[in-house]
Design a protein around this ligand. Structure first.
Ligand SMILES: [Zn+2]
Length: 336
């Protein structure tokens, strides 16, 4: 976790929003899904509970100018005139963005952008990270030898360490091999009852994405498959991950100008990745590094803050996001 992240989860919650308001600069923030209740935080770790999400949305509405993403050029050109500007976004494309989040944001008249991983909208196949966590936490106890995995995986009583390690290991593999490993995991026991139980992580269909678009939601791309676009990926994979989702969104929904990188942090995006995104014809792209939009020298590596499931002090955090700018600038120059 970055130093800003540690700070945000600790000291940040004791600072009143008004005290740091003058420090604010334009920023982008994002969430994943919104669920009425969490059944198992080990596998449903991407979703806000409804009441927490409403509290966050109210604070954003009260304390900031939440703008549609079409205003990004104005903000990037004159950030000092848009100090309270916030762009609100959601990643992946979970069905609960239509059934829960859209109503809340609609009622508050907050514009937002949804970034979809198009392979998962095309097929309904769950996010590989969700499937890894489902396997590690719910497979029968025993020792498993998964393809492309350096050592066998022993699943016993305490599984969180194994789950974290498996996720990190697969994120650092070539996507094609990593997907073979995940496919193998899903064949080790009957997942169907768990997939039904954890409907929270089901993806939208294209009809549902079109329904969101009809309600004014901007639709962007979040790669084709939900894997990192890092240095472990081939050039062909990166080009596909950048270009294909734009083609799919444009064929199914309409213009697709914006991109967000899956995972999107240091180690998840290579130089070849942002070049592929730029060359695919997007206007700009968002990472998950903390920082503010005025600090940016590269519009294909824009900062964006991931809102934790419980963040009642969201206004304080957004006003302090500039603390992440030195790290953001260093990283952008490393990838220049
Ligand atoms: Zn994602």
């Amino acid at each position: 976790m970055s130093r800003f992240g540690q700070f945000a989860r600790g000291v940040g919650r004791h600072i009143p929003a008004g005290a740091v308001r003058p420090l604010g600069r334009p920023a982008a923030v994002f969430f994943h899904g919104v669920e009425p209740a969490t059944l198992d935080p080990n596998v449903q770790n991407n979703h806000h509970e409804t009441a927490d999400f409403i509290a966050i949305a109210r604070r954003l509405k009260r304390d900031f100018d939440v703008l549609p993403l079409a205003a990004i050029d104005d903000v990037l050109k004159a950030p000092e005139r848009h100090r309270r500007a916030v762009f609100l976004m959601s990643d992946d494309g979970y069905a609960n963005t239509l059934t829960v989040a859209a109503d809340i944001l609609n009622e508050m008249r907050l514009p937002w952008t949804l970034f979809v991983s198009t392979h998962h909208i095309d097929t309904g196949e769950r996010n590989p990270i969700f499937l890894i966590r489902l396997f590690v936490h719910h497979a029968p106890a025993g020792t498993y030898t998964a393809p492309h995995f350096p050592q066998s995986l022993t699943l016993g009583a305490d599984r969180e360490i194994a789950a974290e390690a498996a996720v990190w290991h697969l994120r650092e593999m070539d996507m094609v091999k990593a997907q073979e490993t995940v496919d193998w995991m899903t064949r080790q026991f009957d997942l169907k009852p768990l997939l039904e139980r954890f409907a929270s992580d089901a993806f939208l269909t294209w009809d549902q994405v079109r329904a969101l678009k009809a309600r004014g939601v901007e639709i962007g791309a979040h790669a084709h498959r939900h894997w990192p676009m890092n240095e472990h990926q081939s050039g062909a994979t990166l080009l596909m991950q950048a270009a294909r989702p734009k083609q799919r969104v444009e064929a199914e929904v309409g213009p697709c100008r914006f991109f967000s990188y899956p995972f999107g942090n240091k180690g998840d995006i290579s130089r070849a990745a942002w070049h592929a995104v730029r060359d695919a014809g997007y206007d700009c792209a968002f990472t998950t590094l903390s920082g503010t939009l005025d600090a940016c020298t590269n519009r294909f590596l824009l900062p964006r803050y991931g809102i934790e499931p419980r963040t009642p002090h969201i206004s304080t955090l957004v006003s302090l996001l500039r603390a992440g700018n030195p790290r953001l600038r260093r990283w952008q120059s490393e990838l220049a």
